[in-house]
Write a protein that binds this ligand. Sequence first.
Ligand SMILES: [Zn+2]
Length: 140
Amino acid sequence: MPELYQVQAEGETITFDLQEIQNYKRQLIAKRHELLETIEQVKPIAERPSAKSDDTGDISSVPFHQADIGTDMYQQELNQMHLEQERQLLLDIDNALEKIEAQRFGVCESDRKPIAKARLQAVPWARYCLDCERAIEAGQ
Ligand SMILES: [Zn+2]
């Protein structure tokens, strides 16, 4: 009989087998690694006090090109936004790893209902179930 990982959610118990949990953990750790590398690359660009267009072209790797607003300021803001998003994602991933250790993985942080497994497979760092996520986005 396989070992199980059980989580108490609102009104029900969610059951994962240990293999599933290991897979999520692997995915999270891989994503975390990838993010740290991206942050290392973007950080020096985003946090440079003033980017000049005649610089040696080290922002050429940025996939945006907006000819109409194409100022360095704009480019730098994009980099900063990008960096901010990556950092937020990193927090979510750390949070998900903590939840795995604390036997709370797969539970929505808002209403404590189970997060659908299809959602966890797509987004293992999801903090909320789809309903709560939509409600939060609608409220912004
Ligand atoms: Zn929820």
